[in-house]
Design a protein around this ligand. Structure first.
Ligand SMILES: Cc1cc2nc3c(=O)[nH]c(=O)nc-3n(C[C@H](O)[C@H](O)[C@H](O)COP(=O)(O)O)c2cc1C
Length: 265
């Protein structure tokens, strides 16, 4: 699935991604701030241009087109989701941040107010500082696969309990990264950075990688792989838990890359 990004301003690119095998496309977000102050919104954002772009995409793209709202009121996020679920007839999925004291507890509350899906995790574009110009540097840095494990952990913990569908976004660069997310319980995998860098046709390469891996592992479908490494399903029952954290830290110099970097203990 194509994640929300500026690529969705280009209906041809979205069409090409679907022709290369993407199952759905998410449109860039309509921000509450854009609605409140349409005249000062960037790139002609605002409700009317957004709705026109949705229509254009619906006409060009032979797959579901998912609109995206980014809102801040009223009050808490669960209230926002409840209000949206109550106002629309289409399924609502929520892309969440990793910064909750308990992601599973928050997801359960989203479930209770009627969300049909949750996507982990939004990626924050944290500005850097230029020490030369003494300015805030707002450049967007594309993701790398190093961002994926945070998502894998959350998916693995959610998979056995969540009744809503699970999406993964952040750090998926290849079909094999998608396979990891699926093994941890993802129903859908979203990709933005890799497509911005390599073009919409790269979806086809990712699909082939995923299909090749399924073949190698003799799995008949994505469904056969889904959740196999979720919490409680791994051979090592503690693989995803805190116990594993303490064990990993203790084992660090004696295994894998740590050994090369840290030398023999
Ligand atoms: C330039 C850019 C613009 C984005 N705009 C949006 C947006 O409008 N709404 C949204 O929910 N996510 C937006 N995202 C986040 C992506 O949808 C995605 O969740 C994030 O980039 C992580 O996926 P990736 O590692 O495949 O890039 C944007 C990402 C990029 C790189």
């Amino acid at each position: 699935m194509v994640a929300a990004s500026p690529l969705s301003h280009d209906a041809e690119a979205m069409g090409a991604a679907v022709e290369a095998g993407a199952g759905a496309v998410v449109v860039y977000s309509l921000f509450e701030e854009d609605l409140v102050a349409e005249q000062s919104a960037p790139r002609g954002a605002g409700l009317d241009p957004y709705l026109r772009q949705l229509e254009t995409l619906r006409r060009r793209v032979a797959a579901p087109v998912v609109a995206s709202l980014n809102g801040t009121t009223p009050g808490g996020w669960v209230d926002v989701v409840a209000a949206v679920v109550g106002a629309v007839g289409v399924p609502v999925t929520v892309k969440i941040s990793p910064f909750y004291s308990s992601v599973p507890a928050f997801v359960r509350r989203l479930e209770e107010v009627g969300a049909r899906g949750v996507t982990v995790f939004n990626r924050f574009y944290q500005p850097d500082i230029s020490l030369e110009t003494l300015q805030v540097d707002r450049r967007v840095v594309p993701s790398t696969a190093a961002e994926l494990p945070l998502r894998l952990h959350a998916l693995a913990l959610l998979a056995p309990f969540a009744r809503l569908s699970l999406g993964c976004t952040g750090g998926v660069q290849t079909g094999l990264d998608a396979a990891k997310a699926i093994l941890c319980g993802a129903h859908v995998v979203q990709v933005a950075s890799a497509l911005l860098e390599r073009g919409p046709g790269y979806v086809g390469v990712m699909r082939e990688e995923l299909a090749g891996w399924l073949d190698r592992k003799k799995m008949a479908s994505v469904a056969a792989a889904r959740g196999k490494l979720g919490f409680g399903f791994t051979a090592d029952a503690h693989a995803w838990e805190r116990l594993n954290y303490t064990r990993t830290l203790r084992e660090w110099p004696a295994t894998g890359e740590g050994r090369q970097a840290g030398g023999e203990a």
